[in-house]
Design a protein around this ligand. Structure first.
Ligand SMILES: Cc1cc2nc3c(=O)[nH]c(=O)nc-3n(C[C@H](O)[C@H](O)[C@H](O)COP(=O)(O)O)c2cc1C
Length: 209
């Protein structure tokens, strides 16, 4: 089937996007407002940009979805713009259901750490707390917000990594993919567990002409 996004309703385009770009990692973003009220929400429009400087990006859509024009900004975006820092927490099998709880449309006065019974742990370089139960936390400072139509691409620089000891292999400097057990988001309410991992060696790094 051939589909031209310009002829489709935004919701239809959304369905094609989130079904095509799969599985997506989830940035479980903690932030605070100027009064220190905590916020936590998942974003799967999420990617690693590069490591020099170590940079990530996630994208925040309009509050209330495609029909929610005029409802204001999502709390995460408002907090990140005001405080210029946030933490990306990695979602694993154990925290998946609590991540889902934090995606509810709660008012800005609501602390999703409390709602989902998660433990806020102090960060090292930013004031924003991290999720103690997450196996990895990336403390970030805001680089910039790029407006793409109704979406705001939040670009952040990682200023501190927290890796839980059991998922870090000090010998190789790598995270143990068998122990991390991250989840991926598919389309709709579907997710993937990463329990079947395969190895594929790359061709020689020398130029193949
Ligand atoms: C797995 C998952 C991924 C999500 N990804 C996004 C996303 O990439 N962008 C977005 O704007 N909302 C996304 N949402 C919805 C937000 O989490 C939701 O709107 C949340 O209430 C925003 O919270 P806030 O107002 O506290 O920032 C996602 C929800 C779930 C469950």
């Amino acid at each position: 089937v051939e589909l031209d996004p310009h002829t489709l309703a935004p919701t239809a385009v959304y369905k094609l996007m989130i079904g095509s770009v799969v599985p997506r990692p989830i940035a479980w973003v903690s932030s605070i407002d100027a009064a220190g009220v905590r916020n936590l929400a998942p974003f799967s429009y999420f990617m690693a940009i590069g490591h020099e400087p170590p940079s990530i990006a996630f994208s925040v859509g309009p509050r209330g979805g495609d029909t929610g024009g005029g409802m204001g900004k999502k709390d995460t975006l408002a907090n990140v713009e005001a405080m210029r820092e946030f933490v990306v927490n990695v979602v694993d099998d154990d925290t998946a259901e609590r991540m889902n709880v934090t995606s509810g449309d709660y008012g800005s006065e609501v602390d999703e750490f409390a709602v989902a019974r998660l433990t806020p742990a102090p960060s090292v370089k930013v004031k924003v707390p991290r999720v103690a139960e997450a196996p990895v936390n990336l403390e970030c400072r805001l680089n910039q917000v790029v407006v793409i139509g109704k979406h705001n691409l939040v670009i952040g620089e990682i200023v501190q990594f927290h890796i839980r000891d059991d998922v870090y292999d000090a010998r190789t400097g790598r995270l143990d993919m068998h122990k991390l057990r991250p989840i991926g988001r598919l389309a709709g309410n579907l997710y993937s567990h990463i329990h079947q991992i395969v190895e594929m060696k790359r061709p020689s790094d020398t130029y193949i002409g």
